[in-house]
Design a binder for this molecule. Structure first.
Ligand code: BDR
Ligand code: CA
Length: 320
């Protein structure tokens, strides 16, 4: 099984990613850190603990991470997208478990040492905790097997500015440090996540599931669909974070994923938060870029929704 550290800002699509990981037989979820993004880091931890307990997995340690980005202050979250409580206003049964002592960055460093060479990191929120972990342990890139990041926009517009996607744009300084570090990164940007959606019929299937967690996900998606209806013209939503989870596990076939240089704009101009992916090799036939270490997922060769639904509904782990 794949040893995994998850960093998240739970969040409706984060909740789907978490459920997907818990239901995936190939994933061994060793620890979770939360970061401010969709909600504050402490609220995200609460949501995560509640979801874990619903799935009968209160054993997974959750550490509260950074409340503020590396520079400036947390902006207050995205209630219009994820609801005031981050999970679309759905009341989850409160978990008995609490977050563990220590920061998310400390948890990540500890797990990286304990599983040196094999730990995979999946980041589906702003990259503050990962940047702090790099400061705490500069050898982290040698210890971690691979980092998968949901974030950025390579050839499409951003979603919080003309060029910035939320996870990158909410802490560009952290993202810049994470992309500059010499580890293998797989970026799962809006280019591919916006193309892979769940539809109302999928939501109805979740609502009809016997287990409480898939049903709660179906309820949350009501809120998420409401937000995305403005973009797609029908009730459905992008599956940003679950798609990144599937890519991190190697569970989905990729059609287009060039390895290129990626830099994050952390300046104060209109490009702040942009992921500058050097795709000239791919589109203009330029020579390979020495030192490029970021695989940018631009297309899949299979439909993601059926895979996601099969895992979420087929899972024994979620049938409490
Ligand atoms: C990303 O931002 C958050 O709102 C989502 O959870 C996802 O991780 C999409 O831009
Ligand atoms: Ca997220």
């Amino acid at each position: 099984r794949i040893p995994l550290y998850l960093d998240c800002d739970t969040g409706i699509d984060d909740a789907l990613a978490l459920a997907y990981l818990l239901a995936s037989p190939s994933a061994e979820l060793l620890g979770i850190g939360t970061v401010s993004g969709n909600v504050g880091a402490a609220v995200g931890a609460r949501n995560t603990l509640d979801l874990l307990e619903m799935a009968g997995r209160a054993d997974v340690p959750v550490a509260v991470g950074s409340h503020h980005p590396l520079a400036g202050a947390f902006h207050g979250g995205a209630p219009h997208v994820h609801g005031e409580n981050g999970v679309g206003g759905v009341s989850l049964p409160p978990a008995r478990a609490s977050a563990v002592e220590g920061s998310a960055a400390e948890l990540l460093v500890r797990l990286a040492h304990a599983h040196a060479g094999s730990l995979r990191v999946l980041a589906i929120g702003p990259l503050t905790n990962l940047a702090e972990a790099l400061r705490l342990e500069p050898r982290l890139p040698d210890l971690v097997a691979e980092v998968t990041v949901m974030g950025g926009a390579a050839l499409v517009p951003g979603n919080i500015s003309p060029v910035a996607e939320a996870n990158i744009g909410n802490d560009p300084e952290a993202a810049r440090a994470v992309f500059a570090a010499p580890w293998r990164i797989t970026l799962v940007p809006l280019d591919v996540t916006m193309e892979n959606v769940l539809e109302e019929r999928h939501r109805q299937e979740l609502l009809a599931a016997p287990a409480p967690l898939p049903r709660a996900l179906g309820e949350m998606l009501g809120h998420y669909f409401g937000f995305y209806e403005g973009q797609y013209g029908r009730p459905c939503s992008a599956m940003h974070d679950p798609l990144a989870a599937a890519v991190a596990l190697g569970a989905i076939d990729l059609a287009c994923a060039p390895v290129v240089a990626v830099e994050v704009d952390a300046g104060d101009g209109p490009g702040r938060g942009q992921t500058l992916c050097d795709l000239r090799g791919r589109y203009l036939g330029y020579p390979e870029q020495p030192g490029a270490h970021c695989r940018v997922v631009l297309g899949l060769s299979q439909d993601f929704a059926p895979h996601l639904m099969q895992v979420l509904l087929g899972a024994r782990q979620l049938v409490a």
